[in-house]
Design a protein around this ligand. Structure first.
Ligand SMILES: Cc1cc2nc3c(=O)[nH]c(=O)nc-3n(C[C@H](O)[C@H](O)[C@H](O)COP(=O)(O)O)c2cc1C
Length: 183
């Protein structure tokens, strides 16, 4: 059976991040032939074009992990109505040097959780703009703007019933769409 490796990028470094918990819970909804791996972006330096020819180990690692993946999953917080800088920094790093982007052609799911009821819609839209430029196709529907409220997770970090039902639908659609792209 073919295996699909998915690189997961979490747009938050917060220790108790809802988005990291969501990314972790989401991975459990995937089928056996999908392996989700959260890639580390918190140790990347601030992007500086001067370093393109001599990327530090953390940048090389990020690009290698992306190259090894068949698909992408972005689970992001929203900061001031856009994507957090730490995520944009990682995107910029892996897009360079010019002509050697690690992103092009990899199908991506986009979602996010916020304490605000309409939270992450703007962050996701900004992220989709960036990804479109980088030639990363994104799953359009269903959209997933997850409200981080009581009941989203139980004590053990498992998804509550209502979120799980919706996110299983999302995951099933994502899996079919990634397979269609990779085929
Ligand atoms: C700098 C900053 C800006 C924020 N801006 C927004 C925002 O524009 N929209 C929103 O819904 N929540 C905003 N929030 C609240 C986040 O939704 C909340 O901190 C959330 O827990 C972040 O996700 P995380 O738990 O994965 O870290 C902001 C939080 C911070 C720290």
């Amino acid at each position: 059976m073919r295996q699909y490796r998915i690189a997961v990028l979490v747009g938050s470094l917060r220790r108790e991040s809802f988005n990291r918990k969501l990314a972790t819970a989401l991975a459990l909804l995937g089928p056996a032939d999908f392996a989700f791996k959260q890639v580390q972006i918190g140790d990347l330096p601030l992007y500086n074009q001067d370093d393109d020819e001599h990327p530090v180990e953390a940048v090389q690692r990020l690009k290698a992990e992306l190259a090894d993946a068949q698909g992408l999953l972005f689970v992001t917080a929203e900061y001031n109505r856009s994507l957090p800088g730490v995520l944009k920094n990682a995107i910029d790093h892996a897009s360079r040097p010019y002509g050697q982007s690690a992103w092009a052609g990899k199908p991506a799911g986009v979602m996010g959780a916020s304490v605000g009821a309409v939270g992450t819609s703007m962050a996701q839209q900004h992220l989709r703009n960036v990804l479109a430029y980088l030639d990363v196709p994104t799953l359009g529907q269903p959209e997933a703007f997850i409200h981080a409220k009581k009941g989203l997770f139980d004590e053990a970090g498992h998804l509550g019933d209502s979120a799980r039902t919706f996110l299983q639908t999302w995951m099933d659609r994502y899996v079919a769409w990634v397979k269609w792209h990779v085929a």
